[in-house]
Design a binder for this molecule. Sequence first.
Ligand code: ADP
Length: 363
Amino acid sequence: MKIVLDHLTKKYPSRTKGGADVYAVNDFTFEIPDGKLIGLLGPSGCGKSTCLNLICGLTRASSGKIIFGEDDVTDLPPEVRGVGMVFQNYALYPHLTVRQNIMFPLENLKGKDKMTKEAMMAKADEAAGLVQIGELMDRKPSELSGGQQQRVAIARALVKTPRVLLLDEPLSNLDARLRLQTREEIRRIQTETKVTTIFVTHDQEEAMSISDYIFVMKSGIIQQIGKPQDVYDDPVNLFVAKFLGTPQINVFDGEVRGGKLYIGGDAVLPMPGVKDQPVHVGIRPEGFILDENGPLHCDFRSLEVMGRDISVVSGHRNSQNVAIRSIIDADNKVDTSKAVVRFSLKPHKVFIFNKETEERIRV
Ligand code: ADP
């Protein structure tokens, strides 16, 4: 089922006397396509949880509409919206078994939706099978690992066959290995059930790796929507460019002059048709080519070996990053005896941004 947000806004009064209102979610207007997994991505405090809480009905909108399929659900309470919710802290009932936890949402069904014990058990078994915890059904949550507890929480969210699945930082409490495994699990479950899913995270790698589309947010405002690779390859502003990618994009103070892009005294790329102006220059770590005749001169500092690739760490007085990191193939030989390392640049990995607005300047 598709979800449409139409000028959705949530405003909180300022916490300081006389201060400005906080727009946690500011004029969200977009469509989430049916059956897709969306990564809602942004730094802490940008409004991700507020957006999720608006969609599930735990928070009331200040203005705007939320449409599920053809139904306007803006004023409906959470329990009738058909939403499954999974939180960072699992929120399982400690005194109930896994089976009882998963069945819990079904026990509360009333009227025509009321189910027999047998039907509930069958539904719980089906949901448990989906997240592969069938053999844990008689345990208590304290007898499970963090990853297993989160699977139970996902099964509980799925047991009522929700129209929408909302996941709020579901992997944050897991260690690195389990995080990786569980995110692949979530992707598998989503692909199998085809339930429209919104996955909230501040971790760009997590969002990039499992989402059909990412929605990048900053201070309550959507910055960019797109397929993860497209947003990475074509960021609309400096914030998005910096938010996506590890190692982070390298940013330099630069200048366009006479149809050329300068970093310090080095003319690093032709920029025909761009008017003379100071700019931020973003260069992806994979955008550097080791080249003894290359135009960009950096101060060599060290090499970081990463197996298949190596990261050349260098400095430049125009660099906004503390260190410049360039990823090159490990087959390259780097002469570590020299004080200067020279690079040429891959044009499609170099972005320029307006110095004041930080908006992308298209070349
Ligand atoms: P995120 O999930 O991205 O970390 P939140 O949605 O929790 O962000 O918060 C977004 C903004 O709204 C923050 O500035 C936060 O302080 C503010 N905010 C959230 N909930 C409330 C509330 N109940 N009252 C006032 N301000 C709030």
